[in-house]
Write a protein that binds this ligand. Structure first.
Ligand code: ADP
Ligand code: ASP
Ligand code: MG
Length: 272
């Protein structure tokens, strides 16, 4: 089996999700699991909701929630998967109620994790429905059942032994029956089911954890650049794509600030 992780820009709108579907159609013979980030910028917007709530600005919160709902609804409509809209509306309403009740006070780290994990919840439902609409046997599997962590909200540490067991129990039978599980990145839960997150950019880590748990042949990290580059191209315009990199080289680049995270048994970065 393999794991294919798609970052925020790779699922940012309906055309991007259509490209994901085309990629996954080609990957089907390799028993793929799909891990997705939130639609581009959604996590930032959810963090901004927390700040606006703490500053006691409910009107700003309501307007931002309306925009988030409209964006996801528009993607669902274009992709012809409006069956996911009620679940997204339910999440938006739950956020509104909780943030209204918290207006003017600091959110707890646990409340914040619950809030900011919604982006992946929505994107995973959208991508699973889009794959299914294209005829792939896809199903959304909630990462909170798989990625078990400690209680360090905001940057939780995964319990790899438990994750390995859960992944084997929940995902292996699905893969064996030909299904394509679609899992939220970034999000986990404590053993009691309290939602946590793995820290910003944590979806790559989710992909690596699931790849390691299931002995994946490959973990593919799909993003908006062609591969691992000699430096961050946003800072160093003349950065070049490396034809290959050893784990040590990748780790060294990451140490010096390249945005490379935990890497599974094998990984690559490709453009969607
Ligand atoms: P995603 O949303 O797909 O997870 P990220 O924004 O987290 O994507 O990471 C992709 C970005 O990482 C690229 O657009 C690129 O600007 C930046 N980046 C930084 N360092 C590197 C590097 N060494 N090689 C490739 N991309 C890098
Ligand atoms: N959506 C989360 C973030 O923006 C996780 C990720 O994209 O990897 O940090
Ligand atoms: Mg990222």
């Amino acid at each position: 089996m393999i794991v294919c992780k798609f970052g925020g820009t790779s699922v940012q709108d309906a055309p991007a999700i259509d490209r994901v579907t085309a990629i996954m159609q080609r990957r089907l013979p390799e028993q793929p699991i799909v891990v997705v980030s939130a639609l581009a910028l959604v996590t930032d917007e959810l963090f901004a909701l927390a700040s606006d709530t703490e500053r006691g600005q409910p009107r700003q919160v309501h307007r931002a929630l309306e925009r988030l709902l409209e964006r996801h609804r528009a993607v669902a409509t274009t992709l012809k998967v409006t069956s996911v809209v009620p679940a997204i509306e339910g999440g938006i309403e739950a956020i509104r109620l909780r943030l209204d009740a918290a207006a003017g006070r600091a959110l707890t780290p646990e409340e914040r994790d619950w809030l900011v994990g919604h982006g992946e919840l929505w994107s995973a439902r959208l991508v699973a429905a889009a794959l299914a609409a294209a005829g792939l046997p896809a199903c959304w599997i909630d990462a909170r059942k798989l990625i078990i962590t400690d209680q360090r909200f905001g940057r939780a540490t995964p319990d790899t032994a438990t994750i390995n067991g859960r992944a084997q129990a929940e995902l292996a039978p699905l893969l064996a029956s030909g299904s394509v599980p679609v899992v939220q990145g970034f999000v986990g839960a404590t053993p009691e089911g309290r939602p946590t997150t793995l820290g910003r950019g944590g979806s790559d880590f989710t992909a690596a954890l699931l790849g390691a748990a299931l002995g994946a042949r490959r973990v593919e990290i799909w993003t908006d650049v062609d591969g691992i580059m000699t430096a961050d191209p946003r800072i160093v315009p003349e950065a070049r794509t490396l034809p290959s990199a050893t784990y040590d080289e990748a780790a060294e680049l990451a140490t010096f600030g390249a945005k490379l995270y935990e890497i599974g048994r094998a990984s690559c970065r490709e453009r969607v």
